[in-house]
Design a protein around this ligand. Structure first.
Ligand code: TRP
Length: 452
């Protein structure tokens, strides 16, 4: 027997669950890295434009598809377009959510390890952070064990269901996450290099803006807002008929952007306060540069502050990762429950175990399997490349074409306005964006990626 479908019970639950999906490693780890690599404030400005012009309309589209059909992503597309090839979008969404979850779990496992180590004091005692990081990620056992523990945490929430799992935990974790961010921003502003860091974040240098910077900003917006993979579609299938879709999309995008920018405000003032550290360190920024910064800035003078700052920072990263992993897990689990008619506990266990099996491969690709490559990419890089560079932009494009051109305009309007009861004055602007602007923008990313 399948369980009866439940809905989120409150407006706050809806916003916090969806924001939990959006706010993740993408905000705290990937965004500052991209800002560092792409020249600071100018990137942030372009990112904001991408969120408004591309992110918000695509999110509204996912919401309306999910809420209208009250079904998992694959069934949602089948219901709206019976017998048509649009279903492929649902299929690729569920498949890619599964793929992303497998490597997302590996990085989340690293954050769990760094949290444990900072609390135990091991992290800040180290001297060479690059060697520390490399020897940890290339170890065959430790990262796998930590990834498995993280997967178990995600599993336990999802197995409890929509209301007492996802909604309840999002309501606890998201406020905690926002609180930690505020504390860390205040700490970071007090550091000696804060001024230089802030200048880097606030003074745009437009000479650095190239086509590829714009395209990176858009790719980042897609990843950070959890778009195009059916995650938000699945969550929206648990929205009730009085949830205001447009307002929710704006709230979620604002919270997500706010957290991303604040993460920049935490990281850059800290980074600039230590001499000889560059902001464009790439993916190692959070795992190599920051521990060094925590150590230099705090630990050597006031050890307790060092533990506190680094412990809080990795806790923030972990909470963010957990609520995002929940949404990736749920979009696969919802499909398994509804298509194979399995009870939730069994379905979620299957998803966790299969995904973890892939996760082991991803984790080992930093060590013993680092020689196994496809087109020069390790397993981890291959998964990330396929998901974020190919299938995600393609998914975004299909969702726009689907809502903009295929779906009946009346259906779209009724769903977004709750049958005309909630005014939506910018409906024409939305239609224009979703029909023309967003598809062209995404096509450009694609062409650039293929040529690049
Ligand atoms: N948005 C999350 C982050 O910022 C990651 C994520 C969750 C995601 N669900 C997704 C990315 C669906 C793409 C598609 O880390």
């Amino acid at each position: 027997m399948t369980e009866t479908r439940k809905n989120f019970t409150s407006k706050l639950g809806v916003v916090l669950a969806a924001a939990g999906s959006a706010v993740g490693l993408g905000n705290v780890w990937r965004f500052p890295t991209e800002v560092g690599n792409n020249g600071g404030a100018a990137f942030i400005l372009i990112y904001l434009i991408c969120v408004l012009a591309v992110g918000v309309p695509v999110m509204m589209s996912e919401f309306l598809i999910g809420r209208h059909t009250h079904a998992n992503t694959i069934t949602a597309f089948s219901k709206l377009a019976p017998g048509k090839w649009w279903r492929i979008q649902g299929v690729s969404g569920v498949f890619v959510a599964f793929l992303i979850l497998s490597y997302y779990t590996v990085i989340s496992g690293w954050t769990l390890y760094y949290l444990v180590q900072s609390l135990k004091g091991g992290l800040l005692e180290s001297q060479d952070y690059l060697a520390y990081f490399s020897s940890f990620v290339s170890d065959p056992y430790m990262p796998v064990i930590y990834a498995a523990v993280f997967m178990l945490m995600t599993h336990l929430v999802i197995a409890r269901g929509v209301q007492s799992g996802i909604e309840r935990f999002s309501k606890i974790m998201m406020p905690l996450l926002l609180l930690i961010i505020c504390v860390l921003v205040v700490c970071s502003f007090g550091m000696p290099g804060a001024g230089t860091g802030l200048r880097f974040l606030l003074k745009p240098d437009f000479s650095k803006v190239t086509a590829s910077v714009v395209l990176s900003a858009m790719g980042q917006a897609f990843f950070s807002l959890s778009l195009a993979m059916g995650c938000l579609c699945t969550y929206a299938s648990y929205f009730t008929s009085d949830t205001k879709l447009v307002k929710t999309a704006f709230s979620v995008c604002s919270i997500d952007t706010f957290v991303a920018v604040l993460s920049g405000f935490i990281i850059f003032p800290a980074v600039f306060s230590v001499e000889g550290v560059n902001p464009d360190e790439g993916p190692g920024l959070v795992f190599v540069t920051l521990p060094y910064v925590f150590n230099m800035a705090f630990h050597q003078s006031v050890p307790l502050l060092g533990y506190l700052f680094s412990g809080l920072f990795y806790l923030l990263l972990l909470l963010a990762a957990l609520t995002s992993a929940m949404s990736l897990h749920e979009s696969v689990t919802a499909y398994v429950i509804e298509s194979l008619r399995l009870p939730r506990k069994k379905a979620s266990a299957w998803v966790s175990v299969c995904c973890m099996a892939l996760g082991v491969l991803c984790s080992l690709s930093f060590g013993v399997l680092s020689d196994v490559t496809v087109c020069g990419l390790t397993i981890f890089d291959l998964f990330d490349f396929c998901a974020s560079k190919i299938i995600m932009p393609a998914g975004g494009l299909i969702i726009c074409l689907f809502t903009g051109w295929y779906l009946d305009r009346k259906l779209v309007y009724n769903e977004l306005t709750n049958e005309g009861t909630v005014p939506f004055r910018l409906f024409r602007v939305y239609v224009f964006l979703i029909r023309y602007v967003v598809p062209v923008a995404i096509a450009l990313i694609f062409i650039n990626e293929l040529l690049g």
